[in-house]
Design a protein around this ligand. Structure first.
Ligand SMILES: [Ca+2]
Length: 135
């Protein structure tokens, strides 16, 4: 055919890396998506990584029961114990969890939404900064 350049590749040669990644992409879309997310994560700045982790950490717990976009008291308790247990110490204490939940639920709808959760994380971050600055 005129105008078409045919590339002859010996059968024994390895496929170029691009076609290898494309075949993985077509065979394992889920893996590819995770890989893309991971590659995206490692190229993000530190603050962007922190933001991304704040979001994924929230949804890891908010999706467990009821409204997937808010934390119930049980979900908040699990998040506090698993993610901030060392910092908060008494996160397993029921009255402490009740108090934290009540304080965070600023709009009094009996759930902790993303904004209310970020308030907790930002307050703890401010306290950490003060601790390290005054050290
Ligand atoms: Ca709320």
């Amino acid at each position: 055919m005129e105008g078409v350049v045919m590339h002859k590749t010996p059968l024994t040669s390895r496929p170029p890396p691009l076609s290898h990644s494309l075949s993985i992409h077509s065979l394992f879309p889920l893996l590819s998506h995770s890989l893309q997310f991971f590659l995206h994560l490692v190229t993000m700045s530190g603050i962007q990584q922190a933001m991304s982790l704040l979001i994924t950490s929230f949804h890891k717990y908010s999706g467990k029961e009821g409204d997937k976009l808010t934390l119930s008291k049980a979900e908040l308790k699990e998040l506090l114990q698993a993610e901030l247990g060392e910092m908060l110490g008494k996160a397993s204490d029921k009255s402490a969890v009740d108090r934290i939940f009540k304080d965070l639920d600023s709009n009094k709808d009996n759930t902790v939404d993303f904004k209310e959760y970020v308030t907790l994380v930002s307050c703890l971050t401010v306290m950490c900064n003060e601790f390290f600055v005054n050290k």
